[in-house]
Design a protein around this ligand. Sequence first.
Ligand code: HEC
Length: 120
Amino acid sequence: MRVKAFSLVAASFMATSAGHAQTVSAPIAFAVCAGCHSVQPGKTVFGPSLAGLAGRKAGSVPGYAYSPALKASGLTWNAATLDRWLKGPQRLVPGTRMPFPGMQDAKARKAVISYLMTLR
Ligand code: HEC
């Protein structure tokens, strides 16, 4: 079920990026995130939408049921905090509900973060 949902989301994600020529295209490494995150404002998949992430306070999308840990983290998303988050979400925010072990490849993290910083 989860695999099926993932491919559906991935397919619609690719279709969406193809439909907007002016949008910066997502790096390959973002595919693993796209199963749980939309980049369209207000669209929840499993995780919160990542639209407008740059400069946003952690846990601040209205209506999304965040973990108390992430809401209380006091983080603001920028290249530095995202680098630590993507390296090890549970290490940066113990108790977060993002079920993601982390991305150890620094280049892949950098590609994903540069992309995230462009999302409006
Ligand atoms: C299996 C699902 C899943 C995957 C894969 C996943 N996430 Fe998440 N993500 C979540 C959930 C759930 C939350 C909310 C966590 C919480 O409330 O503690 C979250 C939260 C976040 C947040 C904080 C958003 C906010 O509004 O504060 C960011 C940023 C984020 N994820 C980025 C990513 C990126 C980038 C990737 C890919 C490298 C990724 N996530 C992969 C499920 C996922």
